[in-house]
Design a binder for this molecule. Structure first.
Ligand code: ZN
Ligand code: ZN
Length: 376
């Protein structure tokens, strides 16, 4: 509540699903939590009567036909609250108008105090129970990678590889995948977000697999890039530059270190290798109840890492026809420097681990999956 008070409010209404779950345990798709002083209540509708009472045990549960946010606001007004924080980044204009309408006219202009991500910020630092769940989710991801390798063969489609990952995930107890599985093969590996398609895996070339499961409500997220057939020198070089960058990023993780410093540790390696422009995204992100949450591991981010945060470190390099034309440096993208018999060096490499920030540095939660160059 200290953060709520600091924001100039005496109470808070929370409607963003993962925040509601974090505060109450309730997993339904429509719910709101109201907080005032030491009291909290969960509001939802009749579809969730039983579920809400079971999941939000110990919390006051109110069931009503009206929107949970409106119910929450009315409950706070009845409790004598005159200022209430809400997360502007997670509230639609329509929801805000509905909450305003529910207020007595004397409070309509002053009651709602916009804040940004109060609960999300608290969620960035995981407690012991959450860390235990995230370890399990990460371990399940590693198990899937080991299992799927036998299906990573020339001629299989990306979708078939994704389907094997997803089938096994459910068989091993995952509630769902934590995001749409990425399997990007051959030239498609140059797409940082190449969703699995009907494209067939090539006889020679990279296959990037970026996937995660949802287990106990928590997400895992990892990427491995393997090579089918014998790789070229260029492919080998780029892979090892990305791996070195990823290891430098992990080595930089520790309490008190800024997210920008971690990003720079990884980015500097790729810059030195002449691949700065080919690393076209940020180094990582927080992960937890949501697949992408704070903190952002990106250039110039001043936020400082704290023990209990779980982040990803996922540098990549993507060589496309554009990067060939503007690379202008020896070795990369010159005709003939790619696969023998091919003028185009269009491919990508990404390697991603989940890292828990500890008192002493960082602990890789997905360490069970090997990262050494793999030719299948
Ligand atoms: Zn990922
Ligand atoms: Zn990620």
């Amino acid at each position: 509540m200290a953060a709520v008070v600091a924001a100039g409010a005496e109470a808070m209404v929370v409607t963003h699903g993962p925040d509601v779950r974090y505060l109450s345990g309730f997993t339904g798709s429509s719910g709101a939590v109201a907080l005032v002083g030491g009291r909290a209540a969960l509001f939802t509708d009749g579809r969730y009567t039983t579920q809400a009472r079971v999941e939000a045990e110990g919390l006051r549960v109110v069931i009503d036909r009206r929107s949970p946010a409106v119910q929450a606001v009315e409950w706070l007004v009845a409790a004598g609250v005159t200022k209430c924080a809400f997360d502007a980044g997670q509230t639609t204009v329509a929801a805000m108008e509905a909450m305003k309408k529910a207020l007595p006219s004397s409070l309509r202009r002053s009651f709602l105090v916009a804040t940004d991500g109060l609960v999300a910020r608290i969620r960035e630092v995981k407690d012991e129970d959450e860390i235990a769940l995230m370890r399990k989710a990460a371990a399940l991801g590693c198990r899937l990678f080991a299992d799927v390798l036998e299906f990573v063969v020339a001629g299989a489609t990306e979708a078939e590889v994704a389907a094997q990952l997803e089938f096994k995930a459910r068989m091993y107890g995952a509630e769902a995948m934590s995001f749409e599985t990425i399997v990007a093969s051959g030239e498609r590996s140059a797409l940082p977000h190449g969703r699995a398609t009907g494209a067939k895996l090539p006889r020679r070339g990279f296959v990037t697999m970026d996937f995660g499961v949802l287990l106990g409500g928590y997400c895992s997220d990892m990427t491995r890039t393997v090579h089918l057939g014998k790789g070229s020198d260029l492919e080998w070089d780029v892979y090892h530059s990305v791996l070195e960058a990823q290891q430098a990023g992990i080595a930089a993780v520790g309490p008190g270190v800024s997210c920008g410093e971690v990003d720079e540790a990884a980015r500097a390696v790729l810059r030195k290798a002449g691949l700065e422009k080919e690393f076209s995204h940020s180094t990582g992100h927080g992960v937890g109840l949501e697949i992408h949450e704070g903190p952002r591991i990106a250039a110039k981010q001043e936020q400082v890492l704290e023990p209990g945060m779980v982040i990803t470190i996922e540098p990549g390099a993507y060589l496309s026809s554009q990067s060939r034309s503007r690379a202008g440096k020896p070795g990369y993208g010159k005709p003939g420097s790619g696969k023998p018999g091919s003028a185009a060096a269009v491919f990508g490499v990404r390697i991603e681990d989940m890292v828990l920030v500890t008192e002493g540095g960082g602990e890789v939660l997905t360490a069970a999956s090997p990262k050494a160059w793999m030719e299948l």
